[in-house]
Design a protein around this ligand. Structure first.
Ligand SMILES: CC(C)(COP(=O)(O)OP(=O)(O)OC[C@H]1O[C@@H](n2cnc3c(N)ncnc32)[C@H](O)[C@@H]1OP(=O)(O)O)[C@@H](O)C(=O)NCCC(=O)NCCS
Length: 183
C-alpha cells in the first residue's frame, strides 16, 4: 500500500507512545490475549516497559494518514544479555557473546490486518534496522508459527537454534540472526 509514513522514535518518547502501542497490540493479538497468559495485554505492557526503559530502545510506527497501522521496536543487547539465557541449542560461546554494541534485538513487529500483505511489515522492519550500527540483529519467532518463521527466512534471517526464555509460560522459539550492513 503506497503512502505509509514511517516515523522513528526513541526511549524519550516511550511514555507518550505507550497507549498507541498497547492499543495496536490488543487488536493484533486479541485472540491470543484471551487464551494465553503469556500474551495478555498486561504482560505485554510490562514487557514493553522493560524494553522501552532502556536508553537504546528504538521504535518505528507506520501511519496511513493519521492511523497507526503497525510498528516494530527493539534495543541493543547488553553484555551478558539474559536474551541468550534460554538458548537450548549448543553453539560456540563467542556466538552469544555481547558487548552492548554487537547485536540489536528486534523485540516486536506487528501490523494491523488491513495492512498485511502490503509490504508494510517489511517496510517497518527495514526502517527500524536501517538506522542501526550493530553488526547483527536477533529475533525470536514462536515455533507454533511456521509461516512467520518462513517469512523471516525469506527476508534473509538465519536460524540459530531453539530458545525458551526463562520467563513463566514462555513458548518455544526459533532464535534467529540477521547480519546488518552497519555504517
Ligand atoms: C508478522 C507480520 C508483521 C507479517 O506481516 P506480512 O509481511 O504482511 O505477512 P502476513 O501477514 O501475510 O504473514 C505471513 C504468513 O504468516 C501467517 N501469520 C502471521 N502472523 C501469524 C501469527 N501470529 N500466528 C500464526 N500465523 C501467522 C499469516 O497468516 C501468513 O500466512 P498466509 O501466507 O498463509 O496467509 C503480521 O502477520 C503480523 O502482524 N502478525 C501478528 C503479529 C506477529 O505474529 N508478529 C511476529 C512476531 S515474531
Amino acid at each position: 500500500m503506497p503512502g505509509i509514513d514511517v516515523r522513528h522514535y526513541d526511549h524519550h518518547q516511550a511514555a507518550e507512545l505507550r497507549p498507541l502501542l498497547l492499543d495496536v497490540y490488543a487488536e493484533v493479538y486479541a485472540a491470543e490475549a484471551k487464551n494465553d497468559p503469556f500474551a495478555s495485554v498486561e504482560r505485554f505492557g510490562a514487557g514493553l516497559d522493560g524494553w522501552s526503559r532502556r536508553e537504546g530502545w528504538t521504535c518505528v510506527v507506520g501511519y496511513d494518514g493519521d492511523q497507526a497501522v503497525g510498528y516494530a521496536y527493539g534495543a541493543p543487547l547488553p553484555p551478558k544479555a539474559p536474551w541468550w539465557g534460554g538458548l537450548l541449542t549448543a553453539v560456540p560461546a563467542d556466538v552469544v557473546e555481547e558487548t552492548g554494541t554487537r547485536t540489536y534485538a528486534l523485540s516486536e513487529l506487528m501490523v494491523r490486518t488491513p495492512w498485511r500483505k502490503t509490504g508494510t511489515a517489511r517496510q517497518l522492519h527495514d526502517a527500524l534496522l536501517a538506522a542501526r550500527t550493530e553488526e547483527r540483529a536477533t529475533l525470536l519467532v514462536d515455533q507454533n508459527h511456521p509461516k512467520v518463521w518462513a517469512l523471516y527466512e525469506s527476508w534473509g534471517w538465519q536460524t540459530l537454534g531453539d530458545l525458551r526464555p526463562r520467563i513463566q509460560d514462555a513458548p518455544l522459539f526459533h532464535a534467529m540472526l540477521l547480519e546488518l550492513p552497519g555504517r
